[in-house]
Ligand binder design. Structure first.
Ligand code: NAP
Length: 287
C-alpha cells in the first residue's frame, strides 16, 4: 500500500483526487488543505513528511488567481515558485516521488501547432511566469519529479468555466463568449485518474508531460457544447478577447500535444466533448 500525500486538497483538483481516492482503497491517501499545510512553510512540510512518510506527493496546491496575480506578483511567485521548491526539495531528500501540476499558460500562445513539452516557453502573464518558475525550481530541487501541464480545468467542484456558464445561461437570455482563444478543456476527473494511473503503474519516468482532454475548441465553442448538452435556451454570441479586457493577457492558442504522456504511461485521454457530457451528468440536479 503506497502512501500518497496530496497538498491543496480543498482546490478543484484536490477535491477531485479525493473522489478518485474513494475508488482506490488499495492506496493510503493523505489529504492536506492549505490550513493543514501551507506549502510556503518549511517547518510544516517537514512535520508532514515526518508524520505521514509518503512515498508519493501530489502537489495540487497553487496560487491560481490569474488576473489578481498581475497585482500580487510576490504572492504568486512565493506559492507557485518558492513553495514548490520547498516541497520538491523535501520530497527529494526523503526519496518521495513528486507529481507537480503546471499550466498551458507557460506558452505564449503565438502558434497554431499543439505545443510539445520541449517547445519554447514565454508566459504572457504573471501567473504563467510564476508557474514556469515553479517548474524550474521543482526540476532543480528534484530531478525525479514528474510535472504535468494541464489546461482549462473544470469539475463538479470549485469555481470553473462550466459552472459559471451553467449559472449565466439560467440568468441571462443571451451571452457573449470569447471566440479567439483556442485550447483544450480538461475534466479534473480525467486528470485525477491519469495521476493515480501513473502512480499505480509503478513506472516512474521523470520529466514534463502535457495532459488535457483531446480535441480543442474556443471558449465560445465550449459554451455552445454546454448549451447543447443541457438544452439551455440562452443565445450565445462569439466575441473577440478585446471585448472583455482583463488585467492578465491570455494565450490565443494553448492547445497542447499530449502524445508523450500517452506513450510513456498509457493514460487514457477522452475527447473533451465526451468528458464534458460526463461532468454535466454528474452535476445534473445540482444546477
Ligand atoms: N484550473 C485550471 O484551469 C488550471 C489550468 C492549468 C493548470 N492548472 C494547475 O492545476 C493545479 C490545480 O489547480 P486547481 O484548479 O485545482 O486550483 P484551485 O482550485 O485554485 O486549488 C488550489 C488550492 O491550493 C490552495 N493553496 C493556495 N496557496 C496555498 C499554500 N500556500 N499552501 C497550500 N495550499 C495552498 C488553495 O487554497 P485557497 O483557495 O485557500 O487559496 C486551493 O485550495 C494548479 O497547479 C494549477 O496551476 C489549473
Amino acid at each position: 500500500m503506497a502512501t500518497i500525500l496530496v497538498t491543496g486538497s480543498q482546490g478543484q483538483l484536490g477535491r477531485t483526487l479525493q473522489d478518485a481516492a474513494a475508488r482506490h482503497p488499495e492506496h493510503r491517501f493523505i489529504f492536506l488543505s492549505r490550513e493543514d499545510l501551507s506549502i510556503t512553510d518549511v517547518a510544516a512540510i517537514d512535520a508532514a513528511f515526518a508524520r505521514y512518510r509518503p512515498q508519493y506527493l501530489v502537489n495540487a496546491a497553487a496560487y491560481t488567481a490569474v488576473d489578481r496575480a498581475e497585482e500580487e506578483k510576490e504572492t504568486a511567485f512565493s506559492i507557485n515558485g518558492k513553495g514548490v521548491e520547498l516541497l520538491a526539495a523535501a520530497a527529494a531528500q526523503r526519496g518521495c516521488r513528486m507529481v507537480h501540476l503546471s499550466t498551458d499558460y507557460v506558452f505564449s500562445g503565438k502558434g497554431s501547432t499543439p505545443w510539445k513539452e520541449d517547445d519554447p516557453v514565454a508566459p504572457l502573464n504573471v501567473y504563467g511566469a510564476s508557474k514556469l518558475e515553479g517548474e524550474r525550481r521543482a526540476r532543480e530541487a528534484n530531478g525525479k519529479a514528474i510535472i504535468i501541464r494541464t489546461s482549462w480545468v473544470y469539475s463538479v467542484h470549485g469555481k470553473n468555466f462550466v459552472k459559471t456558464m451553467l449559472r449565466l445561461m439560467k440568468e441571462k437570455a443571451s451571452l457573449s463568449v470569447v471566440d479567439d482563444q483556442l485550447g483544450s478543456p480538461t475534466h479534473a476527473a480525467d486528470l485525477a485518474a491519469a495521476i493515480v494511473h501513473i502512480i499505480a503503474s509503478g513506472k516512474w519516468v521523470p520529466g514534463i508531460y502535457h495532459y488535457s482532454n483531446s480535441g480543442s475548441t474556443s471558449w465560445y465553442g465550449f459554451a455552445k457544447a454546454i448549451r447543447q448538452f443541457t438544452g439551455a435556451a440562452c443565445i450565445l454570441h462569439p466575441v473577440p478577447s478585446a471585448a472583455f479586457p482583463t488585467p492578465a493577457q491570455r494565450p490565443s492558442f494553448s492547445v497542447m500535444d499530449t502524445r508523450k504522456i500517452v506513450q510513456t504511461f498509457g493514460v487514457d485521454i477522452p475527447r473533451w466533448e465526451e468528458s464534458l457530457r460526463r461532468c454535466l451528468q454528474a452535476m445534473a440536479g445540482k444546477f
